[in-house]
Design a binder for this molecule. Structure first.
Ligand code: TMP
Length: 220
């Protein structure tokens, strides 16, 4: 029986705290979707390969200093510069699995607790970006995160930042915009296989819906 033509690919985002296993699970999910016969592309933000991305990378490695608002706007611009690519990729029937998106953007900048950088301020430059069809939030308890070894060397990998990031992700559910409702929480505390299975069972039905045209065209 011939397959129906695909209306468009699905835009799936993986979010979570540092060390929740996002990058591993993005690869695993993309491979499994590919093996199921789909076109699939992985992306990540920040995309450090563009000139804007290189500025962000230097900042994260403490090679440069920047005002909190400036770096926030660079993270946002780093998404905006990929919008055409995202839309073109989905339109040709290719599914995108993306490691972080504007949820991290809002939550990390606001986690700096700069009194002039609220979550609402952080959201403004993200408004109008393509809205994902599903956001998987890999949730990791503080205890489990601690077991996974020490922090890396980058700017935000401190216990204070990570604590605030966690609080902000939880608080996202209560903001009036849709961001909180987008998050599908999955416990990332299990083995790579267990977490992978949980992700697969959430994501596949959504990918199938989108491929068949069951989605509303929307942006933030
Ligand atoms: P990475 O470790 O996934 O490459 O992300 C680098 C850091 O940047 C990580 O601590 C999360 C943070 N981040 C932001 O602060 N704002 C953003 O918009 C994104 C995508 C990531």
């Amino acid at each position: 029986e011939p397959k129906q033509p695909i209306v468009r690919g699905a835009f799936i985002v993986m979010e979570g705290l540092d060390r929740a296993g996002k990058t591993t699970q993005v690869e695993k999910l993309a491979n499994a979707l590919y093996e199921s016969g789909r076109n699939v592309e992985t992306m990540r933000f920040p995309d450090r390969t563009s000139p804007i991305g290189m500025m962000i990378s230097n900042y994260l490695q403490s090679k440069s200093e920047m005002d909190d608002h400036v770096v926030h706007l660079l993270f946002s611009a780093n998404r905006w510069e990929k919008v055409k690519h995202i839309n073109d990729t989905l339109a040709k029937g290719c599914t995108i699995i993306c490691d972080r998106y504007y949820y991290s953007g809002m939550v990390y900048s606001a986690a700096k607790r700069n009194p002039n950088l609220s979550i609402d301020w952080a959201r403004a430059p993200e408004v109008g970006l393509p809205r994902p069809d599903m956001v998987v939030f890999l949730n990791l308890s503080t205890e489990e995160a601690a077991k996974r070894g020490g922090f890396g060397d980058e700017k935000y990998e401190t216990s204070e930042m990570q604590k605030n990031v966690r609080e902000n992700f939880v608080a996202l559910k209560d903001i009036p915009a849709d961001e909180g409702q987008d998050l599908q929480v999955i416990d990332a505390g299990g083995s790579v296989e267990e977490v992978g299975k949980a992700i697969w069972s959430q994501v596949v039905p959504r990918v199938e819906e989108v491929e068949q045209g069951d989605f509303s065209e929307s942006s933030t």
